[in-house]
Design a protein around this ligand. Structure first.
Ligand code: NAD
Length: 491
């Protein structure tokens, strides 16, 4: 396990360019999920602190040339990227200690990939066509020259979860800043240091002006709710559970804010009857064990041909058994702890529910031995339930895979689509055209064919149905943070 005494985090909020404690002086603790030990504290932002932050972001947007100075924004984003890279070892250790993420993942989605995405979005802003000439026309008989201009939305309130905090914080901050917005970031209380480190880097190592970025962790979820109700905030960009997303959307209605939601998922991994069964099952097993299944886009329903069901269960459980929950600082670990005792309770509640619903465990179902201090759950394979079971419909957010049989391709598509969600998925077949045809019929925002991976800064990511509204990353993700202004003059 990590040597927690050597892990340090930034304790202060960033408001109006100043790294400072909460007005009340209050702090709250951040905990190592692998050990249960307190790592340290962070300022506990209140409604007053958030109010200060929104005011600062509003002034920075309205009163400075941040929104029109592309060169300054590009420079600031590259400085932020360089700051992360300069302190990579310290931030990596802190990230593993605070999130419980396996260290191996920090070399990709948990740290290095999101830091890399800052460079991608800086390049995009640098080359972006901010104005498009639409030429002359005679609308209603009046000769006019028209053009379209893209402008920042204004003040963005960003609310983020704890599972891949750098990925989600930077997938919001990067494009929002590149587009010329100012931001108030309210991170999840489980991983505050992964956000306050951003505040320190921005304040100390970049030219990003005071007030452009404000970072306010809080132990109180209700504090973040202000971002969706305050009239000074133009857009709220939320990632988290569908239940909270609904509240954000509803409370943003009074001030008619732009709302951008990245929510939950219950994505299907579909293995067609001609696929490389062992290869597919190994990938499904690896995917659900990664970071203990704490990823919204992780495939958590394994759909297999009825005739191959037993073989698929055997193959998948063999690989899952080789990926036991363990110490996240060990480079060989794939499945670390859950983020908190609360999340472990939640996952264990679903494991009990699986039995109540008539299911059984082909593997796992309990806590691993010898890891008592942390919040670990064994990788678990559930069989014996239908797609209508709650464990097959609801997001568990743990290393838990439900295996469900299907009869033919139409049945597989119907089961994959029989979900309130539509975030991701995977289809496997020896016949590429067949796999693509099935993938095209699944109502979901991202989908891999035979193990292909879509995760990249240039690829839009987001959900259909109750998995969200809008797209993060890619040009589409950048344009989420832009308004469109149409202008005309006499031709
Ligand atoms: P959560 O919804 O409980 O909390 C997310 C954030 O919202 C936190 O910062 C929290 O403090 C804040 N919050 C809580 N109540 C609020 C309210 N009423 N108003 C405003 N803010 C409020 O989710 P979580 O447990 O932190 O994260 C796990 C969930 O996030 C899972 O459902 C997962 O699928 C989802 N998630 C989605 C994506 C995606 O891109 N689609 C990515 C990661 C996680």
């Amino acid at each position: 396990m990590s040597d927690d005494a050597t892990v340090r985090g930034e304790e202060r909020l960033l408001i109006d360019g100043e790294l400072r404690p909460a007005r009340s002086g209050a702090t709250f603790e951040t905990v190592n999920p692998a050990t249960g030990a307190v790592l340290g504290v962070v300022a506990d932002g209140s409604r007053q602190d958030l109010d200060d932050a929104i005011g600062a972001a509003r002034r920075a947007f309205d009163g400075t040339d941040w929104s029109t100075d592309v060169e300054l924004r590009v420079r600031g984003l590259r400085q932020l990227q360089a700051g992360f890279q300069r302190h990579a070892d310290e931030i990596r250790a802190m990230t593993v200690a605070e999130t419980g993420s396996p260290v191996s993942l920090t070399y990709s989605a948990q740290l290095d990939a999101p830091v890399g995405s800052l460079g991608w979005v800086a390049d995009l802003a640098e080359g972006f066509e901010w104005e498009t000439d639409l030429g002359d026309a005679e609308p209603l008989g009046i000769p006019s020259h028209r053009w379209v201009r893209r402008e920042a939305t204004g003040v963005v309130g960003a609310i983020t979860p704890w599972n891949v905090p750098h990925q989600i914080n930077l997938a919001k901050l990067g494009p929002a800043l590149a587009a010329g917005n100012t931001v108030v970031l309210k991170p999840a209380p489980d991983t505050p240091w992964c956000a306050t480190v951003l505040g320190r880097l921005i304040a100390e190592e970049t030219d990003i002006p005071a007030g452009v970025v404000n970072i306010v962790p809080s132990s109180d979820h209700a504090v973040g709710a202000l971002l969706s109700t305050d009239a000074r905030v133009d857009q709220v960009s939320f990632t988290g559970s569908t239940a909270t997303g609904r509240k954000v959307m509803a409370s943003a209605a009074d001030t008619v804010k732009k709302v951008f939601l990245e929510l939950g998922g219950k994505s299907a991994f579909v293995i067609l009857d001609d696929a490389d069964l062992r290869g597919a099952c190994a990938t499904a097993a690896f995917t659900v064990c990664t970071h203990a299944g704490q990823g919204c886009a992780i495939t958590t329903r394994l759909l297999v041909p009825r005739t191959l069901f037993d073989e698929a269960v055997d193959s998948t459980s063999r690989v899952m058994a080789k990926l036991p929950a363990g110490d996240p600082t060990d480079p060989g670990t794939i499945c670390g702890p859950l983020v908190s005792a609360r999340q472990r309770d939640r996952v264990e509640g679903y494991l009990r529910l699986a039995i109540e619903e008539g299911g059984s465990f082909a593997l796992g179902g309990g806590r691993p031995e010898g890891l008592d201090g942390g919040f670990f759950v064994e990788p678990t394979l559930i069989v014996g339930v239908g797609n209508d079971a709650r464990v097959a419909q609801e997001e568990i957010f743990g290393p838990v895979l439900v295996v469900i049989p299907f009869d033919d391709d139409d049945d597989a598509v119907a089961l994959a689509n029989d979900s309130a969600y539509g975030l991701s998925g995977s289809v496997w077949s020896a016949d590429r055209a067949r796999a693509v045809a099935v993938a095209n019929r699944i109502r979901t925002g991202t989908i891999g064919i035979n193990g292909g991976l879509w995760f990249s800064p240039d690829v839009p990511f987001g959900g259909y149905r109750q998995s969200g509204v809008g797209r993060e990353s890619g040009v589409a993700g950048f344009e989420e943070y832009l308004e469109t202004k149409s202008l005309a003059e006499p031709a």
